[in-house]
Design a protein around this ligand. Structure first.
Ligand code: AP5
Length: 592
């Protein structure tokens, strides 16, 4: 039996406040501010304002042509057209692969290099500006290129047929511009070719100005003498300029790929172009297949990140209102579903609203249980058999204890209201942590706050469990896998490194943490949030009027920022400026 509409009974409260009193936070304060003595910078340095430039439609399309197709995948059939980015060093074969991709998948090819060359040859204002940078083998200023790309992406054909973005983003700030506009590809293909090959490829490259086709004097010579006679060489294809372009590519590649690390696919581009295309084609077909599957599975469409409502306010009001709790449950659920649908199998959720922060005495085990119930019922509603696991008592004799915050958890789970659809015992089962808990019928596992306790380490049981679980998703909710000091000192020494590596193998799919001044838990200064597959977002809490607050975004990060980066963002300092947190700005130190 598959439970349907299990979610209808989700939010019946279980009312289990472990500590109803509140000592650190004023009971009904809505994080009122002492921030007025701090002069935060109110605007984000990451704002993107497209330039007011217009492009002639003639030049706005890529010259890539499509020719006699044997078979074309119709990407628009799901109303979810494919979105692809292709990247790689100069002459890694992006343009060559794009010709083949367009033939097969019918995507709209948007090549910034081609768009710029079209502007240059048309002698437009933009072309004249871009020319000097291009001829020197340097990047054209972001404002020009970004405006060009976003204008082109917003056209109907790209929305309908899907797009293939070639040569953009080429710097971290370009990637950030797209992220801010919520423009994300389904797959990010990187062509990998050794440097020495790249230089030879550039020097031998010839272009046909009539068809836009790319040739190489040795590798792909022109078909006829007539074509050969009209071929041209790009002005930036000299050895010296290629080296400069290659340097620039290398300087930027890492920061861009970190933005897309979860969808990045590297392809060996140092093979005949047909072989390279085989790999590219299979990656794109796979991405397309996944889109079709999601669109036709009848599952409720995930709310897009665009509809995210922002951070809820009054988070210092404890207990949290039902709306606030539901808000976070929903936020975690969406991120987790996206990650599981993307085939991620080792996941962790870290949510530290006051009621779920074990370091605060307003911690409520009931809130944790409610969150677990929302996740489990939702996955069960999708037809998955979910095992919800809580670690049992650990160790022996005097050490046979269990972490305080988990005491009674299993009983609570068993007594909870799991709806009237019979999910409990069929699609949802309760177990503990360990290899023998993994049944053949289980499709996935949700582990409730697995944690090391003094003198005892949960990681061996966890590892044994994940070994047996194989490719089935294992989701840790608020794990605490750091070593804890024990009287024997064993945990600090034996196998420590291995344990840390194992703990780090779980990928974060949701992160939320409130930020305070160093050493305090009041007032709330801001928040850090990450929802898979998006970036870490740093927010500042601002008092608009007495009793009225809001959160404004300050910056985004591809990886979890450290406290220096957070401090710098609060101070409005440019990124990457090495600086230690100091003075009262050290408020975030120690948070992580
Ligand atoms: P752009 O045109 O994008 O140049 P690029 O990235 O340097 O890439 P190329 O076009 O040189 O190479 P490719 O990877 O497409 O290789 P191709 O298929 O042609 O940009 C040019 C300039 O515009 C930049 O330098 C910059 O100034 C500006 N610009 C562009 N985007 C920008 C941005 N976002 N921001 C700022 N500025 C920007 O292949 C190369 C050769 O190898 C060909 O001869 C081909 O026949 C051959 N070949 C291809 N595949 C194979 C294979 N598998 N085996 C053997 N030979 C092969």
């Amino acid at each position: 039996m598959q439970p349907s509409s299990l979610l209808s009974s989700l939010h019946s409260s279980i009312n289990l406040h472990s500590t109803p009193s509140l000592s650190l936070l004023p009971p009904s304060s809505s994080s009122s501010s002492s921030s007025s003595f701090l002069s935060f910078h109110s605007s984000s340095s990451l704002h993107f304002t497209p330039l007011n430039v217009s492009f002639s439609p003639l030049h706005a399309t890529s010259p890539t042509k499509t020719k006699g197709l044997s078979f074309r995948v119709t990407c628009a059939s799901t109303n979810q057209p494919l979105k692809v980015m292709i990247s790689g060093a100069p002459a890694s074969g992006k343009g060559t692969q794009c010709e083949l991709i367009v033939q097969k998948f019918g995507l709209v090819h948007i090549s910034t290099g081609d768009l710029l060359r079209a502007e240059v040859s048309a002698g437009t204002e933009i072309g004249n500006k871009a020319k000097e940078f291009m001829n020197a083998g340097q990047l054209v200023p972001d404002e020009i290129v970004t405006a060009m790309v976003t204008t082109r992406l917003s056209r109907e054909d790209a929305k309908e047929k899907g797009w293939l973005l070639d040569g953009y983003p080429r710097s971290f700030s370009q990637a950030e511009s797209l992220e801010k506009l919520k423009i994300r590809p389904d797959v990010y293909v990187v062509l990998d070719v050794p440097d020495e090959i790249l230089i030879d490829r550039c020097i031998g490259r010839k272009l046909d100005p009539v068809t836009g086709k790319i040739y190489h004097l040795k590798n792909f010579p022109p078909e006829t003498e007539e074509i050969k006679a009209r071929l041209v060489t790009r002005p930036d294809d000299t050895e010296e300029k290629v080296k400069s372009r290659l340097d620039i590519y290398k300087q930027n590649a890492k920061s861009i790929s970190s933005t897309y690390s979860n969808i990045m696919k590297k392809v060996n581009g140092n093979r005949p172009k047909e072989m390279v295309f085989k790999d590219v084609e299979s990656l794109l077909s796979q991405a397309q297949g996944e889109k079709v599957k999601t669109a036709t599975s009848g599952k409720p469409a995930l709310k897009s990140e665009d509809s995210w409502k922002g951070i809820p306010t009054r988070l210092n009001n404890i207990p949290h209102s039902r709306e606030i709790r539901n808000y976070f449950y929903d936020d975690v659920l969406q991120a987790t579903q996206r990650a599981v649908n993307d085939g991620r199998t080792r996941l962790r959720v870290d949510i530290n609203i006051p009621e779920l922060n074990p370091e605060m005495d307003v911690y409520r085990i009931g809130t944790l249980m409610e969150l677990v119930r929302v996740l489990a019922l939702s996955f069960a509603d999708d037809g998955k058999r979910v095992k919800v696991c809580v670690q049992g008592s650990m160790g022996e004799g005097a050490l046979a204890g269990m972490p305080l915050q988990l005491a009674g958890t299993r009983k609570i789970l068993e007594f909870m209201d799991w709806g009237n659809e019979g999910a409990m015992g069929t699609f949802i089962n309760i177990g503990s942590i360990g290899a023998k808990e993994v049944g053949e019928q289980d499709d996935m596992f949700i582990l409730v706050a697995p944690q090391n306790a003094v003198g005892n380490c949960i990681i061996d049981d966890l590892r044994a469990m994940t070994d047996v679980a194989g490719q089935r998703p294992v989701i840790l909710i608020n794990p605490r896998l750091k070593d804890l000091p024990g009287s024997s000192g064993i945990m600090q020494t034996m196998g420590r490194e291995e344990r840390l590596v194992y703990a780090a193998s779980f990928e974060s799919c949701y992160f939320f943490r409130l930020l305070y001044y160093m050493g305090t838990q009041y007032p709330i200064m801001g928040a850090l949030r990450m929802s898979y597959p998006y970036r870490y977002e740093l927010y500042k809490r601002v008092d608009e009027a007495p009793g009225k607050e809001k959160y404004v975004i300050l910056a985004t990060f591809p990886e979890k920022p450290n406290s220096d980066e957070i401090n710098d963002a609060f101070l409005g300092k440019p990124r990457n400026q090495a600086k230690k947190a100091s003075g009262f700005w050290g408020f975030l130190s120690g948070v992580f």
